[in-house]
Design a protein around this ligand. Structure first.
Ligand code: SAH
Length: 290
């Protein structure tokens, strides 16, 4: 089916040389958000090391003899350390395999892709970076929130709610975030939501600013909940909003009320997920989306 959709030759998509590592983003969940470059890498790779938050259905496009290896890092669960993953990428490339490292969203957005690329460069392993659609852009879009609007905000800030030890980063400038950026987009922030909301309010953010929580964005489990900032903590508790989630804070959230296309997207995701379920059995080693 994919053969009919595109031809590598016609699109000049690159061949995957042996001994190379491609560091690709798989997008936030919906299979339709995979780029052609990422698909091209999946089809040619000898081994795919994939993260927890990718849509596992994309692995169905791998070669039948490709090795599919889960290398995700998820807080609280047993997972390979970053150092081991990087070492393995280097060793596999030196064994002359075509190695695809597949990460959720975009590999360079809060995804440690930069660390991995740096290690490959230092080891003189040839590599290619394939950007992906990040959850902080696709999630709001599927919820009907444009992250910029020329009449509302002139800046948007991406923030992580986790440092390398899983704590709220110490070096965040809460005053600058509260007063200097029209739209704030938080990743990995559910665990510390109380502290984040408290810090923003203390630093002067408008308590009436709308907030949207978008969990499992672009998947059939997508959930969107909105509230005013000063009610955000309570709504998380009431609606039991869980990770993975993107949090958008700023007036653009109000546009959701007028952009009802979320419903339409939802139907599309549900439809494509039926196809995905059929295919999932083909790769028993593929983990279900969690
Ligand atoms: N590189 C990824 C981000 C990895 S950090 C990207 O560009 O999207 C992991 C965090 O991303 C999660 O804690 C969550 O905040 C966010 N995330 C990833 N996928 C998501 C999804 N489908 N829905 C909502 N949030 C998601």
């Amino acid at each position: 089916m994919i053969d009919k959709m595109y031809s590598r030759h016609r699109l000049s998509l690159p061949f995957f040389p042996k001994g190379e590592v491609w560091l690709a983003g798989a997008g936030p969940g919906d299979l339709g958000l995979l780029t052609l470059h990422a698909l091209n890498g999946i089809e040619q790779a000898d081994i795919i090391l994939y993260d927890a938050l990718i849509n596992k259905s994309c692995l169905n496009y791998a070669k039948v003899d490709a090795i599919l290896e889960f290398s995700g890092k998820r807080g609280g669960l047993v997972s390979p350390g970053q150092y081991e993953i990087t070492r393995r990428l280097i060793a596999l490339a030196r064994d002359k395999l075509r190695v695809l490292r597949l990460k959720g969203g975009d590999p360079f957005v809060f995804g440690r892709g930069g660390d991995e690329a740096l290690a490959l460069a230092q080891a003189h392993i040839p590599f290619r970076i394939i950007p992906g659609i990040t959850a902080g852009i696709a999630g709001p879009a599927y919820a009907g929130i444009p992250i910029t609007n020329r009449f509302i905000n002139q800046s948007v800030t991406f923030i992580t709610g986790h440092d390398t030890h899983g704590k709220l980063p110490k070096n965040l400038d809460w005053h600058a975030l509260a007063c200097g950026s029209g739209v704030l987009i938080f990743y990995m922030a559910m665990k510390h939501i109380n502290k984040i909301v408290g810090a923003l309010l203390s630093a002067g953010r408008d308590p009436n600013d709308p907030v949207a929580f978008i969990s499992n964005a672009t998947t059939r489990k997508q959930q969107v909940v909105t509230a005013k900032l000063d009610f955000a903590i309570e709504i998380v508790r009431k609606k039991e909003i869980k990770a993975p989630a993107i949090i958008v804070i700023g007036k653009v959230v109000d546009m959701m009320a007028f952009l009802k296309h979320f419903q339409q997207q939802w139907e599309t995701v549900r439809h494509s997920s039926i196809l995905q379920d059929d295919r999932e059995a083909r790769h028993s080693s593929a983990h279900a989306y969690d």
